[in-house]
Design a protein around this ligand. Structure first.
Ligand SMILES: [Zn+2]
Length: 171
């Protein structure tokens, strides 16, 4: 009887783990997620750790980088809006996305100037500028000066940090 109970509990835990959906589905269980609230968030990592999927936590709160050519948005070109996967802040429109050979989703401008924050990043012996979400302060990626006109900027983002909604999905 005890063995059966353990087996049932293990399979339940397994099913629960497998049913975890990334980003937008996850957002439904995230009390801080809002696509309209512009209030800045001050949530510590211990709280985010309980809410965010592991990969999103590693990238957004620990500055990890997803492997190039592996993210779900690096070559998408569908019309729509890209939101912060952590808090729902609107970040980029598809019209500002361009095909980049770098293997990460790349944009030449944000939706609003204060959609993101910029921080000097001297890690790994490189001088780079880190891009963070302007609402929740989560790491999104980096910005470079080799983008296309008119801005010549390249916002090089992690797909996992983005939550995309196609215009065709809007009612
Ligand atoms: Zn955010």
């Amino acid at each position: 009887m005890k063995t059966i109970l353990v087996a049932v509990l293990i399979s339940f835990a397994y099913l629960t783990a497998c049913s975890q959906q990334p980003t937008s589905q996850q957002a439904m269980h995230n009390p801080y997620y809002s696509r309209t609230d512009t209030q800045k968030l001050h949530v510590d990592n211990a709280a985010w750790k309980k809410i965010l999927p592991d990969q999103l936590y590693a990238v957004s709160r620990e500055n990890a980088t997803e492997r190039a050519f592996t993210g779900k948005y690096w070559k998408t070109d569908e019309p729509g809006t890209y939101y912060c996967a952590v808090c729902g802040n609107p970040l980029f429109r598809s019209g500002a996305k361009f095909a980049s050979s770098c293997g990460w989703p790349s944009f030449f401008k944000t939706i609003r100037p204060n959609s993101v924050l910029y921080l000097a990043d001297n890690s790994y012996g490189m001088e780079r500028t880190e891009v963070r979400c302007g609402r929740c302060n989560s790491h999104l990626g980096h910005i470079f000066d080799d983008g296309p006109p008119p801005t010549h900027k390249r916002y090089c983002m992690n797909s996992v940090s983005l939550d995309f909604e196609a215009d065709s999905m809007k009612r």
